[in-house]
Design a protein around this ligand. Structure first.
Ligand code: HEM
Ligand code: HEM
Length: 180
């Protein structure tokens, strides 16, 4: 277990997944600019699904790196705040693994193909409109909830940096000495 710094792999995964999430959300917001059934609208959904799947695989690898190399102890000594931060982190992990699965399930349950670059996933879910509806609504609801979680998470990081002036953000940017 590393005592005061994140392993470089954890840092690379954190910011790589951040970029993927911004792209996945950005492209699905862009979708709304095009009329229903139009080619660019469908392309936005396909690209969104592709980024979503990349997020799933990157998250799985990131959790593996976390399990192997561990994470540093929190810098804040307030127990309640640490429990809150930990809950937020695990909520982000769970959402970023669950959302891609939900996207996959509602597309296949709706009888649609799921593409991964040039490859098409085999049919793992039998088409079922009731399942499609539940998973699509859950995907959209949780996808929107993710905006709030990311907002609170990023605001907390800035609060650590500018108000508490501790090394929480700097150590996620690999900007502290790795003395331990
Ligand atoms: C962590 C990854 C993902 C996030 C954060 C995410 C988030 C979202 C959000 C916020 C929306 C828009 C909801 C709304 O219109 O209010 C959405 C829609 C959608 N997502 Fe995802 N998603 C992810 C992964 C996936 C994956 C892997 C797939 C497909 C394999 C997928 C397929 C879709 C589709 C097709 C829509 C459009 C639904 C429609 O309006 O017809 N998503 N997603
Ligand atoms: C898509 C957006 C983001 C996601 C999904 C995300 C996810 C996470 C997760 C899961 C952790 C916990 C790491 C662990 O202990 O295993 C974490 C830590 C951290 N994140 Fe983010 N993050 C995002 C964006 C940001 C942004 C924009 C900032 C800065 C403004 C930020 C700053 C930090 C910091 C400083 C930590 C370390 C917290 C600590 O050591 O207690 N994150 N992030």
């Amino acid at each position: 277990m590393l005592r005061n710094h994140y392993h470089p792999l954890s840092i690379v995964f954190h910011w790589f997944i951040f970029i993927l999430v911004v792209l996945a959300l950005g492209v699905i917001e862009l979708k709304g600019q095009f009329p229903k059934g139009s080619e660019p609208r469908e392309l936005c959904k396909t690209i969104h699904g592709l980024f979503g799947q990349l997020i799933f695989f990157a998250m799985a690898l990131r959790l593996l790196a976390r399990w192997i190399y561990g994470v540093p102890e929190p810098l804040n000594l307030n127990r309640a705040l640490n429990i809150f931060a930990k809950t937020m982190h695990w909520a982000l992990y769970v959402l970023l693994l669950a959302l891609p699965i939900m996207g996959f399930v509602f597309l296949q349950a709706g009888g649609k193909e799921v593409h991964f670059f040039g490859w098409v996933w085999p049919e793992l879910i039998t088409p079922n409109l009731a399942i499609k509806k539940i998973f699509k609504e859950a995907h959209e609801w949780l996808g929107n909830a993710l905006y709030f979680l990311i907002g609170i998470h990023a605001a907390s990081a800035l609060w650590h940096h500018y108000i508490l002036k501790d090394a929480t953000l700097r150590r996620m940017l690999n900007k502290i000495k790795t003395s331990n």
